[in-house]
Write a protein that binds this ligand. Structure first.
Ligand code: ZN
Length: 301
């Protein structure tokens, strides 16, 4: 390391604040609706091709890379909607504005089936601190959901799973009820903004229920693909422990992964297992955030 590099590194290290990343109070324990003792926030991220172009716009001309995203509208999403219908389940679909504009019929079919629509950016751009696109991504996404679907979303999930303070404050100003991106708890809690004011309700995600890291491998994003038995073992262990804790899990499933035949088989088996438990409230983000808000309101009275 050159002398100047060491100095720059030291200045950056010295600038790290000595405070926890989150000022939120500990998540309160509150009862789930009877007869449930735990909850599953069943959610999907519908990125389509924006999953690929958001990180690298040059992928727009790489047609096979793009085709992984194209699978969502052609096969993955319709198949998942069919599965949810068969199981009698309602879920939340966080969808990018780009996917809504490129595939309006797919987006409309999700709404028509009675599922919740959440905000997931427009171009699926990483909300990195200092990014010049943070406001634009939120506004363009809101505009697309309203124009195409007549939807004003209550929930937001950050594209590529990153967040910053500017975004956290912006979402409050834009009236979002809840966000679902953080990894720091197993129960809902309320964010606290840097200035001490109240933020959105957070429904923390459960990293091991992100199907992307367990089963999607491409030329530009090579990963091991785990078998059904391996994934089921992870998913049921997490769920069973969470049931004992009386807490919640949040799935982060993508139609370009979980809409693949072998993954559907796995998801069907897992959802049937969860239903058979009989004590897990499988529902949307809006329902869980609403339950939290009710509890919080009762506590204040
Ligand atoms: Zn995404």
């Amino acid at each position: 390391m050159q002398g100047g590099d060491v100095e720059a590194r030291r200045a950056a290290v010295d600038a790290i604040p000595i405070r926890p990343a989150s000022a939120a109070a500990p998540a309160p324990e509150f009862p789930w609706p009877q007869p449930h003792r735990a909850a599953m926030f069943l959610s999907f991220d519908v990125d389509a091709e924006s999953a690929w172009t958001g990180g690298n716009p040059a992928h727009a001309d790489r047609l096979v890379t793009m085709s992984y995203g194209g699978y969502e509208a052609r096969v993955g999403t319709p198949k998942l909607l069919e599965l949810l219908d068969q199981l009698g389940l309602k879920a939340t679909f966080f969808i990018t504005g780009w996917a809504v504009d490129a595939y309006p019929a797919m987006a409309e079919s999700i709404v028509k089936a009675g599922h919740e629509i959440g905000h997931h950016g427009y171009h699926h751009l990483l909300p990195d601190p200092g990014s010049p696109f943070i406001v634009e991504e939120v506004e363009r996404g809101l505009e697309a959901l309203k124009r195409r679907l007549g939807v004003v979303p209550k929930g937001y999930r950050a594209p590529s799973g990153e967040f910053c303070e500017e975004l956290r404050a912006l979402l409050v100003r834009r009236g979002f009820l809840y966000t679902s991106s953080f990894r720091d708890d197993v129960r809902p809690y309320r964010h606290v903004l840097r200035d001490g004011s109240a933020g959105t309700i957070e429904l923390p995600t459960t990293a091991c229920y992100d199907d992307w890291v367990l089963g999607l491998s491409t030329r530009v994003s090579p990963r091991p693909i785990l078998s059904k038995e391996e994934v089921l073992s992870i998913w049921t262990d997490e769920l069973d422990e969470i049931r004992d804790w009386g807490a919640m899990v949040t799935t982060v499933l993508h139609p370009q992964c979980s809409g693949r035949p072998m993954r559907m088989r796995l998801l069907r088996e897992f959802l049937r297992y969860t239903q058979a438990c009989g004590d897990v409230w499988i529902t949307t983000g809006e329902a869980i955030a609403g339950r939290f808000a009710e509890f919080e309101g009762a506590g204040r009275r």
